[in-house]
Design a protein around this ligand. Structure first.
Ligand code: CLF
Ligand code: SF4
Length: 543
């Protein structure tokens, strides 16, 4: 690989200028747009660095949904505005990548088997190629030069990032020298966290995810068979008690040091589903910025304890019910894609196969900070346009006696950019929006098997797609063939293709106005939908 990169001191200076520009840049805030439609808001002066100003937030459905700096202090907004996991709105526009430099783990979770590797599988712990820190940095620089909207590097396994501290921190240290504009992020089970908070701060790692599945060790004993602690294996409730204490201590320490924290919790029906509200309260009380409640992925073929014992994952509505019940606690993240430990690209897409080590060796890599900055300015303009379109659609929406109680889910096929721009047959996931007369809120996604295989519709796939979006009233697409159109209609899901390239929220609200108009006229009768399933197995990669 030939890398041409500017000297680190110049890059750092440019990055400093970029950060300064960003901190003073105007941005469309929801509150201001509501009051004056097109006014631009300026973030408040940056306060002293006193930790996460949100203190766990107010239980909004998804952090950054309103995506305005009015929700949080300017220095926090600066950290989250282009992080695709910390801002729901950003995830339509900005990409992240993971490097698999951390193979070892210091605990065992009943839902994990790191021996399993499948390039068509997407779930934490799964990778195709483990990397040394040097290889990882090469890969990040190559990806950043090809995908200028890639703003975040995460170390998320395939083991635990902090059970491999040297490899993890070496990667971050070297990357900072070569690509100082990339945000650093790590994910950990929290066992080793308290001992490593100083290093996390030293390397400017601004975002840390801790997986916390319980705050009651009795429940923890059903999830964790053992931990490796103080040079020996500890089992049972004692193992979970130690893990719990380390997680809480680590979270408090990070909050005190101003590091943004996200809590991932795996929802395991019958084990921690009723307990999740307690977890949400506990992490909010300790300053967690976001809480990401994810479905258990569990299949016998994964070879995990839960897979082999038949522990099922939640249905789509079970997951949504727990997330809804946690509203009012810590801010919720609902756009997680449960990424592989070597994922590359926008959340929901995986371009890791384009950046294998042998392919990188053949690439002419030019790390051009100016080009990245210019590209990201265009992305930001697109994002502002999406935000303004949403506000315009909201301000035009009228709530009537009939529509005030109607709330439905719609599925959307999109390739990104926040627009309805994907053919039904090309979608390997649908984004799900909850729509009412006054709001179109992102509430999740559903992965599906591709309907279109090699240019032809695969009718066998249709039932599984219907099952995945069965709780939706409509599916918004750029195009759809006659056959799937008829089958969706027969299943009670309305195929909608008249909002091509429209911003999603605007399209969803327009469709909702049309739908309720038809209900009001008596043309159709509004009926609730059923449940949907979360796909557990490997998906079929794009043809
Ligand atoms: Fe990676 Fe995680 Fe950082 Fe994001 S992922 S380490 S915070 S950069 Fe994001 Fe992927 Fe969900 Fe993780 S969608 S699994 S929450
Ligand atoms: Fe697997 Fe992560 Fe659990 Fe370790 S902490 S066993 S890598 S899921």
């Amino acid at each position: 690989m030939a890398i041409r990169s500017m000297p680190a001191h110049i890059a750092r200076q440019q990055n400093k200028e970029y950060v300064m520009e960003s901190a003073t840049a105007s941005y469309v805030s929801l509150a201001d747009l509501k009051s004056s439609h097109n006014a631009l808001a300026t973030p408040a002066e940056e306060p002293a660095h006193v930790g996460c100003g949100t203190s766990g937030g107010e239980g909004k459905a998804s952090c950054g949904t309103s995506a305005g700096p009015d929700d949080m202090p300017a220095h926090v907004w600066d950290k989250v505005k282009n992080h695709p996991c910390y801002s729901e709105e950003a995830h339509h526009h900005y990409a992240r990548m993971h490097v698999a430099v951390a193979p070892a783990c210091n605990i065992q979770c009943n839902y994990c088997n790191r021996k399993y590797d499948c390039s068509n599988e997407s779930r934490p712990g799964v990778v195709s190629q483990k990397l040394t820190p040097e290889q990882a940095v090469k890969k990040v620089v190559a990806v950043a030069s090809e995908i200028p909207q890639m703003t975040v590097l995460g170390v998320a396994g395939p083991g635990d990032s902090l059970a491999n501290p040297k490899k993890t921190f070496d990667t971050f240290r070297m990357l900072q020298e070569q690509a100082p504009d990339i945000k650093l992020c790590l994910s950990t089970n929290g066992l080793a966290l308290p001992d490593l908070v100083d290093e996390i701060c030293q390397y400017n790692i601004d975002h840390v995810t801790i997986t916390i599945n319980m705050v009651d060790p009795e429940i923890g004993a059903k999830i964790y068979p053992w931990i490796f602690w103080d040079h020996k294996r500890v089992t049972g409730v004692e193992a979970s008690r130690i893990l719990h204490e380390q997680q809480m201590k680590g979270l408090e320490m990070l909050t005190a040091r101003g590091v943004l924290t996200k809590i991932n919790s795996v929802l395991i029906p019958g084990i921690n589903d009723e307990h999740m509200i307690e977890v949400n309260k506990a992490v909010k009380a300790r300053g967690a910025f976001l809480h990401n409640i994810m479905p258990l992925i569990s299949e016998a073929e994964h070879g995990t304890v839960f897979g082999l014992t038949g522990q099922r994952g939640p249905t789509a509505q079970e997951l949504k019910a727990v997330q809804d019940a946690c509203m009012g606690g810590a801010n919720l993240m609902r756009h997680c894609r449960q990424c592989r430990a070597d994922a590359v690209g926008l959340l929901g897409e995986d371009r890791s196969s384009e950046f294998t080590l042998d392919k990188i060796e053949e690439m002419e890599v030019v790390y051009d900070l100016d080009r990245r900055r210019n590209y990201q300015e265009r992305v930001e303009a697109e994002r502002q346009a999406q935000h303004a379109a949403k506000i315009e659609a909201l301000s035009a929406a009228t709530v009537t006696e009939l529509t005030k109680d109607i709330k439905v889910l719609v599925a959307v096929a999109t390739t990104g950019g926040g627009r309805v721009n994907q053919h039904f047959g090309h979608a390997d996931e649908f984004q799900i929006f909850e729509v009412s007369a006054g709001e179109a809120l992102f509430v999740g996604h559903r992965r599906v098997d591709l309907y279109c295989q090699g240019g032809y519709g695969e009718d066998e796939q249709l039932p599984s797609i219907v099952t995945a979006i069965n709780d939706c009233h409509a599916v918004l697409v750029s195009k759809i063939g006659a056959c799937p159109r008829d089958e969706l209609k027969a299943a009670g899901i309305e195929p909608v293709d008249q909002y091509v390239d429209e911003f999603i929220e605007k399209a969803a609200l327009s469709w909702f106005a049309d739908y309720t108009g038809r209900v009001a006229s008596g043309e159709i009768v509004h009926q609730p939908r059923g449940d949907a399933s979360i796909r557990q197995g490997a998906f079929t990669a794009a043809a």
